[in-house]
Unconditional design. Sequence first.
Length: 216
Amino acid sequence: MKRANRPFEFVAASYLTRIRAERAWTLGELGGHLRVIPENSIFFHTFQSLESHHYTAFSNDFAQWATAACNEAVLAEEFGAIDLRDFVSLADLRQVLADTMENFLKKYPQSADRPAFEPFYFSEAIEVAVPLQAEAFTLAELSDGIAGLSLQTLHYHFINSRLRLHLKTNDFSNWIEDTLGFTELAERLDRIDFYTNTLDGVRKEILRTFKPWVQR
């Protein structure tokens, strides 16, 4: 069994939610806020909210509000079509969200000032990450560690890592390729769909992908 010369270091992560002062009663107000709210609010309403929207039609809060509170199905579909897997930068994601809103209002200017059924409350995620006293030097140890992670910590290592690394990959794949040289395995992990799957389903798929490799 191959042993790495540098361990994978597990981190315990949790996310505190803080409600911000900004709120939007209209699409025009939402569009204005999208340009200026902090990036951790963009993160909360997209990457972080992905965890809670696996069983709904849309995977971000803006799409949910557009359809539920504004009855704007076209805009909801446009927001919902923004695939978070394409982004490794919150600045780039903000630009696409704001441009989507701006382009929609150019087509449908009458929608800009129509009051919603309820306001959109902007929130932000405050990440708390603490190193665990747990390391992995082999795939077997990494597999065992992943099996015991909380879902928020799995989210940190497998999804949010894209924003830290600025790469379309995750902490596990990055370590596997860099220290063990298992490029094929790393690429297989990168193809696991976290977008339409639950986090528990993602964990099971990771462990299934590891299984044929743990004795190498």
